[in-house]
Design a protein around this ligand. Structure first.
Ligand SMILES: Cc1ncc(C[n+]2csc(CCOP(=O)(O)OP(=O)(O)O)c2C)c(N)n1
Length: 322
């Protein structure tokens, strides 16, 4: 049977399936008590990760948030090393010392922080370093809508705008910061419209379709790469699950949540868009992604944890530092 999907469509759908399957594997790991502490799942936000992946280059940097798995996969972080870190194994990206909220991968220039808003000043530092080095790499700072209200966000945008730094700030607006609705706390209707105050280019996209996100994100990267200064890109999406696993979600109506899960599921949206003719092909892609992530988890669960005696190793610079 000849394929119905183009190469680009196949790649975008495959990436979304891998991201979904990765987070489903995390849920399984949590059930098996292999993940400790809060776990923030990105299900529902795959189109943003898949859309950004194709215009990121190896030398670019991505600094993400507490909800970081898809951005790491988009940047090319090896899924097994990321899963091993999330499950706190010795073979993880940070030898199991960072866990799900603080993965750091110098090989791909990817990192994340659990401190809301703090990803942005770090991305600003990368952008400044790229400018000093004189290369054309771009730094991407990811934030949620809640993170866009922080001082760090404002300071980052001011400095990047004033110095025309190669920075793309990606705001994933899933409309909720834990339980707080964006509309109730934002002085502006959108995050993107704040860009002009910072001298930044502004883009706002529906973030549930990678065919919309990918060209917009590419435009943002091209703009920053060409030396035209920062870009503020807002992608609207829907958070399928609680803020963290274990969140009772008393702040939102369950029926409405379930309705939105059906209407704003990036995988279902893409499957409907490609039509019945592509169903078999897409089913095979999805099954392959699920099998791959299940196999990765199975392997990770067999890996050793770091020895407790080394709890302070790699934490402080100097003696004992790697
Ligand atoms: C400085 C700081 N304040 C508060 C928190 C607690 N906290 C964790 S996530 C979060 C909400 C983040 O919302 P948003 O930026 O919209 O991201 P989302 O969870 O929707 O991805 C808060 C307040 C924190 N981690 N850091």
């Amino acid at each position: 049977m000849s394929p119905t999907l183009s190469n680009a469509q196949t790649t975008r759908y495959r990436r979304m399936c891998e991201m979904r399957a990765f987070d489903e594997a995390c849920l399984e790991a949590l059930k098996r008590k292999a993940i400790h502490g809060e776990l923030h799942i990105g299900i529902g936000q795959e189109a943003v990760g898949a859309g950004m992946a194709e215009s990121l280059r190896a030398a670019d940097a991505v600094v993400s948030t507490h909800r970081n798995h898809f951005h790491g996969l988009a940047k090319g972080v090896e899924p097994k090393a990321l899963m091993a870190e999330i499950c706190e194994r010795e073979a993880g990206l940070c030898r199991g010392h960072g866990g799900h909220m603080h993965p750091f991968d110098p090989k791909t220039n990817f990192s994340a922080t659990g401190i809301v808003g703090a990803s942005l000043p770090v991305a600003l530092g990368y952008a400044h370093a790229f400018r000093l080095r004189g290369d054309d790499a771009v730094a991407v700072g990811v934030s949620g809508d809640g993170g866009s209200h922080t001082g760090g966000f404002h300071e980052t945008m001011v400095m990047a705008g004033a110095a025309k730094l190669p920075l793309v700030v990606l705001v994933e607006n899933n409309t909720l910061a834990i339980s707080v609705d964006f509309g109730e706390v934002s002085p502006t209707e959108t995050v993107a419209e704040r860009a002009s105050a910072y001298g930044a280019k502004s883009l706002r996209v529906e973030g549930t379709d990678p065919d919309i996100v990918a060209p917009a994100f590419a435009e943002a990267m091209d703009h920053a790469r060409a030396g035209h200064g920062p870009v503020l890109i807002e992608a609207t999406c829907f958070r399928f699950r609680g803020h963290f696993e274990g969140d009772p979600e008393h702040y939102r109506d369950r029926a409405e949540r379930n309705r939105q899960r059906k209407e704003r599921d990036p995988l279902l949206i893409y499957e409907a868009k490609m039509g019945e003719a592509a169903a078999e092909e897409m089913d095979a892609i999805r099954k392959a992604a699920t099998a791959e992530m299940k196999a990765i988890l199975a392997e990770v669960l067999e890996m050793p944890m770091p020895d407790a005696s080394g709890a302070l190793d790699y934490v402080f610079a100097g003696e004992g530092a790697a």
